[in-house]
Design a protein around this ligand. Structure first.
Ligand code: ADP
Ligand code: GLC
Length: 473
């Protein structure tokens, strides 16, 4: 089977979060299972672009309304990722240093989508599946069926839409309808939700099947989906929850080149300690205390706004019992709050504000506990990385976190789960973690070894996707 993944991110070319990780790994595992998996993303000006050699595979011309532009498609020559990675280059629109965050993002991703379809339309053969991810590529299933330029050759290729995050939907006012390629106007209702063009809703309505990145998240979307609850209820028949996996080669404490010291699940403690000591030296923290960390985007859905007060209370209540280290970027106000805290609570709290892939690996390895108090967590990959590196997850009981972490008070448990995204629940859970660390190190170590033995690689979920594709072909 030949699968074409279309996405805004793909690690290591472009990653802002877990979407990039998924697109950098799932296709590799699909290839290993004997299929052809290709990935196409916009050509941003990232470091990876300049490090690799590329070959031109296609040139074409497209337009958004009256704005007409040339585009090209290039392919990474060495195939080092284990699959073919293609980039769509649209001068001025896509070739920018960042993935998101520009006022014209709607035009950028619209241009990307029409170029991808125009390119696929030019292939001599056709892919067996077009698999699109999140709202940035959500108009593709609709265009494949109803855009005049594409429908003849593409309408009967099965499309799969995976929702990594339904909070962001790509809304676009109807006044911009002229940007869309000519299509069957009488089908325009499929593009709409709440009087706007809504690419996420359009994909849910138009794709052959829809998946979410964990089963629990799918259940939750029927009650909490940023306005799309009724749509999820209505379309539940074509929706499936398939849990994400991880790239167990990139994320392996035994071979990870980014660690200070590698370690195995059989004997992890000296290696973890070496990484912890180096981190604590770097951030001026005391390595003899348990190290609690947060890694992630500083946004409302991750409940990052609760962290300043929660950390302050932890430092206050638990006095000298814990060191805290945060790695993140996002809300500028939170960023400066954490910077100030690092200054004010020197020796107790450290922060790196920004995106730093290498440091994240060292923190997963060196920390004792990883906190994820998310209000919404479609799957979450951090908890998988933490488990693989022997770091106990403290997670809110939601979405993919509910599906992957078992509280240590339950049968075969290995982490800490709490119900509310609240300062109180976070502080209480940190208290449980510190008691465990201080009073029952034997139990803690056996849970660490237990978690490190889990196989959360893509092997299992890649097969689930393949079975899903087969079922709709
Ligand atoms: P989301 O995609 O919602 O941000 P996930 O848990 O699925 O959440 O994935 C987050 C990914 O981004 C992980 O690989 C995590 O290590 C990484 N990450 C998040 N913030 C940072 C950061 N500031 N520096 C380095 N890596 C980060
Ligand atoms: C999204 C979600 C996250 C998920 C990731 C990869 O960014 O917020 O929970 O793990 O996508 O699917």
């Amino acid at each position: 089977m030949e699968i074409l993944h279309v996405s805004a991110e793909c690690y290591p070319m472009a990653k802002a979060g877990g979407l990039g990780d998924v697109l950098g790994a799932l296709p590799k595992y699909q290839e290993r299972a004997g299929h052809i998996a290709k990935v196409v993303v916009p050509m941003y000006r990232t470091r990876y672009l300049y490090k690799k050699e590329w070959e031109l595979v296609h040139e074409g011309h497209q337009q958004l309304g009256s704005y007409s532009f040339p585009y090209s498609v290039i392919r990474e020559r060495s195939r080092e990722l284990g699959f073919d990675l293609y980039l769509v280059d649209v001068n001025e629109l896509l070739d920018r240093p960042n993935i998101y965050g520009y006022d014209d993002d709607p035009q950028r991703f619209l241009a990307f989508q029409v170029c991808v379809l125009d390119w696929v339309n030019s292939w001599k053969h056709r892919p067996d599946i077009i698999h699109v991810h999140d709202h940035h590529t959500g108009l593709i299933p609709f265009f494949m069926k109803y855009a005049h330029a594409f429908r003849d050759r593409l309408h009967d290729i099965p499309s799969v839409f995976t929702i990594h995050n339904a909070q962001y939907q790509g809304w676009l006012g109807w006044q911009h309808r002229e940007w869309l390629p000519p299509h069957d106007e009488w089908k325009s209702g499929l593009l709409e939700w709440a009087d706007q063009i809504n690419p996420l809703a359009a994909a849910i309505k138009s794709a052959w099947v829809v998946t979410t990145v964990s089963p629990s998240y799918l259940d939750e979307l029927r009650h909490q989906a940023n306005g799309l609850e009724k749509l999820f209820e209505y379309e539940k028949g074509k929706c499936r929850g398939i849990l994400n996996g991880i790239d167990a080669e990139v994320w392996d404490p035994q071979s990870d080149p980014l660690l200070i010291k590698n370690y195995s699940k059989e004997d992890p403690f000296l290696g973890k300690l070496a990484n912890k000591e180096s981190l604590c030296r770097q951030f001026g923290l005391d390595a003899s205390k348990p190290l609690l960390t947060y890694i992630g985007r500083l946004v409302h859905e991750k409940a990052a706004d609760l962290l300043p007060e929660a950390f302050y209370q932890c430092l206050h209540h638990y006095q000298a019992r814990v060191s805290i280290l945060l790695l993140g970027s996002g809300d500028p106000r939170l960023q400066s709050t954490f910077q100030e805290m690092a200054h004010r609570h020197k020796g107790l709290f450290g922060a790196y504000i920004g995106y730093y892939e290498e440091l994240s690996h060292r923190i997963y390895a060196g920390a004792d506990f990883l906190l994820m108090p998310s209000r919404v967590e479609p799957c979450g990959l951090n908890q998988f990385y933490a488990m693989r590196y022997g770091t106990l997850p403290l997670v809110r009981n939601t979405g993919g976190l509910r599906d992957t972490v078992v509280d240590m008070g339950d049968l075969n448990g290995f982490g800490i789960r709490f119900d509310q995204a609240s300062v109180g629940d976070i502080v209480y859970s940190v208290g449980r973690a510190l008691d465990l660390y201080e009073q029952d190190p034997g139990h803690m170590q056996s849970m660490q070894r237990h978690m490190m033995g889990f196989d959360h690689s893509w092997d299992r979920s890649a097969v689930e996707y393949l079975e899903l594709y087969q079922s709709i072909r």
